[in-house]
Design a protein around this ligand. Structure first.
Ligand SMILES: *[C@@H]1O[C@H](CO)[C@@H](O)[C@H](O)[C@H]1NC(C)=O
Length: 360
């Protein structure tokens, strides 16, 4: 059990030197002060977990509970062989991520509660999940609703997709007080699921811009994209924004104006910005490409593998690469390169190689 925090502390040691707040400055002195104090407190958490590594996880007051927390199970080393095998690759990913963070992040900053909006908390099973749209996040939210629902739900797939995305059905880490955030970051198993960045992007484009029912996205983003990047847009396109091409979407993404105006929508925002994998030490980095075994590993660590199966819909992820290649065919080398730079951190941090179809 000591392993739990020992392992996280070894990786956190590099964080001990992290300082310097590079947050956007909110208007109003008081708010700014509050934010500073807030982030200071979150920073303190990390110092705390570094300086007294092994006090907690195992020994601390959970006498009545015979079951270990997933974090303890993960680092204790005595699990089923199958899980251990899965873990060797998970361990490798974690180390690679830490190494990549060390070599590629220069600016170090402090977390603020604002950064934790994508982290969903399950206190009953001591889990924290950072959701990334287009990486099976609806199914993960469904599973977490079953886990936290006190018997209200039993079958994840019986939960309608739109209900899984209702805020309020699940709790975000950002809703808690700073000490409560700190405790959970220290004691819970933190996991995230990632996907090949361009396959995720193509999936987001197809889902949001080529399906006729996504009128909210067409209005909000499509009309703007058509207005800006189409040479002679017709009135219906300007009004509906429902026929954005992938090339126009890419132009929108790489245009510096776009991110100056507002942050990317979460469906195309980078995992690096949604989940802060260089600031939050994820215990498990699952991949969409190996969704089934990776999800099983998480559920097994949570001790629910016998009662709950992760709903994998039998998708064939092997064709996703071909699909991405087809979409990128029509993108100039110039834009391909810009786009790759934009998503570079997600490629590097999660060990995705540069796609062969890119002309860079
Ligand atoms: C990183 O990717 C390479 C090439 O796909 C693979 O051989 C290697 O095992 C991966 N490393 C980890 C730690 O997952």
């Amino acid at each position: 059990m000591a392993g739990g925090s020992a392992a996280s502390s070894s990786s956190s040691s590099s964080r001990a030197g992290w300082r310097g707040v590079t947050m956007k400055m909110p208007r109003g002195g008081r708010l700014f002060l509050a934010t500073c104090l807030g982030s200071l407190a979150v920073l303190l958490l990390y110092y705390q977990s570094i300086s007294k590594p092994d006090v907690s996880v195992g020994a601390v007051s959970r006498p009545a509970k015979s079951r270990r927390s997933p974090l303890q199970t993960l680092y204790s080393g005595d699990q089923h062989l199958e899980l251990l095998a899965a873990q060797r690759s998970l361990q490798g990913r974690r180390e690679l991520l830490e190494q990549a963070c060390r070599s590629h992040t220069k600016k170090r900053r402090v977390l603020s509660p604002e950064d934790l909006k994508h982290l969903i908390v399950d206190d009953k099973h001591s889990l924290i999940y950072c959701y990334v749209p287009k990486v099976a996040c609806t199914n993960w939210k469904r599973v977490l609703m079953v886990l936290t629902g006190e018997g209200r739900y039993t079958d994840p797939l019986a939960i309608p997709a739109n209900e899984a995305h209702v805020t309020g059905n699940l709790r975000a880490l950002s809703e808690f007080s700073v000490p409560e955030i700190n405790r959970r970051l220290r004691d819970h198993l933190k996991f995230v699921f990632v996907r090949e960045p361009f396959e995720r992007l193509v999936s987001a484009y197809r889902n949001k811009f080529t399906r006729s029912y996504n009128t909210a996205f067409h209005k909000r983003y499509g009309t703007r994209i058509v207005r800006r990047y189409r040479a002679r847009p017709g009135p219906p396109a300007l009004e509906k924004g429902s026929d954005v091409s992938f090339r126009e979407f890419v132009q929108y993404l790489v245009d510096p104006r776009t991110q100056r105006e507002e942050p990317f929508n979460e469906h195309w925002e980078r995992v690096h910005s949604l989940c802060h994998p260089c600031l939050i030490h994820y215990d498990i980095v699952g991949k969409y490409e190996t969704l089934e075994p990776d999800a099983r590993a998480v559920l097994s660590l949570a001790g629910v593998e016998d009662s709950l199966r992760f709903p994998t819909s039998g998708k064939n992820t092997r064709t996703d690469g071909d699909m991405a290649a087809r979409f990128f065919q029509h993108i100039d080398a110039f834009y391909q390169k810009k786009l790759f730079n934009l998503y570079r951190m997600d490629f590097l941090l999660f060990n995705y190689s540069t796609p062969e179809y890119l002309r860079t």
